[in-house]
Write a protein that binds this ligand. Structure first.
Ligand code: ADP
Length: 447
């Protein structure tokens, strides 16, 4: 087993990893920028190393600084969390060259799945159903127009290197195509340094349903059911729940088998999430995330599996601690992403948290790294915590979520808590009657 894990991340996910390490008797090392001197992950890890100035490019994204921190502390493994370097194949290669274990998948799989065009081609080879679309990259506006006409509008022009909900442009009709194509390419180049784009049929009423998989180095692949992440704003997840109200045991088992067979087919290692759109009973692959997801706790709540512990065990060469038959989904879990943002305009609201009281009690889990007096730095993501609720069924989970939201106090900065307080009263939410466009319609947003 690895003996000392350096966490190349900050915030709640750094704490999540420190907690797993401590429960496994493994030492932990925090790295931090000068803006995070007072951060909880620095206080809670066994050791900490300052790796640079506030800008992430000079600290949390600096491979050289992180390798140096490993050398200084003698860490023999790195957990990348999510974001930052978690899907950087070069980082995984460099760690390997330094004999440091990367707690994540093989570099080649990060590389393939990081390019959405390559990922889709691989998914097709592996027998995973995909969203109908172009055969790989689309290089000219004329080609795009031809595909649009053949496939039928609306279509989406997507960046091969896109992520975080960015790099997508919608063409409702042929008249929009030229602009959608050129702006998508331009934005892809500016945001990701790669102007490759492809085209997909735009699904009008799908759910976003993703399957969690976990694979060891001994050929075992197990799926842990799905998460429904349809409540989104600007293609980014806001609230997630597991299981999804629209899957039954048969369809869950069927897609689970397709996914685990595919993962075995590619010799995948570690945790991964295969993301699908689900419409009229059919699954359509959109992408695979080769890392731990923000919303992983809801899967932990309904399966009892500690995903970070499992990641560390797998990276150490151990076998999965369970088989597919051991996985029984029980109860219901919901996660609310609490951001330091205005709940109506969604403008980030950095500042100092003056009062903080998190809800607790049976079935309430709060993954956060903030505290009263904590100054939220303006340099990073606005996620300040995840409220994770478990209940015996969806109805009791929602009742518990309502009572937890009433207990929550965060003063000094704006947060998205009021949005969730509104949402839980909505009939469509209570009847699970929503697709990926529902929240934006509810918020009165246009794409
Ligand atoms: P990212 O990597 O930026 O998260 P994804 O490809 O995973 O991009 O898509 C994010 C979200 O964008 C999806 O959950 C869905 O809401 C929307 N989306 C992506 N592809 C399509 C499509 N073909 N039709 C409709 N919506 C889509």
């Amino acid at each position: 087993m690895v003996s000392k894990v350096l966490i190349a991340n900050r915030g709640e996910i750094a704490l999540r990893v420190i907690r797993a390490c401590r429960e496994m008797g493994i030492a932990s090392v925090a790295v931090h920028s000068t803006a995070d001197d007072n951060a909880m992950h620095v206080r809670l890890a066994d050791e900490s190393v300052c790796i640079g100035p506030p800008a992430a490019t000079d600290s949390y994204l600096s491979i050289a600084a992180i390798i140096s921190a490993c050398e200084i502390t003698g860490a023999d493994a790195v957990h990348p969390g999510y974001g930052f370097l978690s899907e950087n194949a070069k980082f995984a290669d460099i760690l390997a060259a330094h004999n440091i274990t990367f707690i994540g998948p093989k570099a080649e799989h990060i590389r393939i799945m990081g390019d959405k065009i390559a990922a889709k081609a691989r998914a097709i080879e592996l027998g995973i159903p995909v969203v109908p679309g172009s055969d790989g990259e689309v290089k000219t506006a004329a080609e795009a127009a031809k595909i649009g006409a053949d496939m039928g509008y609306p279509v989406l022009v997507k960046a091969a290197s896109g992520g975080g909900g960015r790099g997508m442009k919608l063409a409702m009709t042929e008249a929009d195509m030229e602009t959608a194509f050129s702006t998508a390419r331009h934005e892809a180049k500016t945001a990701f340094g790669d102007d490759a784009v492809y085209i997909e049929k735009y699904l009008t009423t799908p759910r976003h349903i993703e399957i969690q998989v976990v694979c060891d180095a001994h050929g075992n692949a197990v799926h842990l059911g799905e998460r429904d992440c349809s409540l989104q704003r600007r293609h980014q997840k806001v609230l997630e729940e597991a299981p999804s109200s629209v899957l039954d045991e048969k369809s869950r088992a069927a897609i689970g088998k397709i996914v685990t067979d595919a993962m075995q087919g590619m010799n995948y290692l570690g945790v991964g999430t295969i993301e699908f759109l689900f419409e009229n009973g059919e699954f359509y692959f959109i992408e695979m995330n080769t890392r731990l997801q923000v919303e992983h706790p809801i899967t932990e709540m309904i399966t009892g599996v500690d995903l970070v512990r499992e990641q560390i065990r797998i990276a150490s060469g151990e076998r999965l601690s369970f088989t597919q038959d051991d996985i029984v989904l029980s109860g219901h879990a919901i996660e609310c992403r609490i951001n330091a943002e205005n709940p109506e305009t969604f403008v980030p609201s950095p500042g100092t948290i003056t009062a903080y009281h998190a809800p607790a009690g049976l079935g309430v889990r709060m993954d956060s790294a903030v505290y009263a007096g904590y100054p939220i730095p303006p340099y990073y993501d606005s996620l300040i915590g995840k409220l994770i609720i478990y209940g015996d069924d969806r109805q009791s989970c929602i009742m518990r979520l309502k009572r937890a939201l009433r207990e929550f106090v965060i003063d000094g900065v704006d947060t998205t808590l009021p949005l969730f307080a509104r949402l839980v009263e909505e009939e469509d939410f209570n009847t699970a009657n929503y697709d990926i466009h529902w929240l934006e319609n509810y918020l009165g947003m246009k794409d």
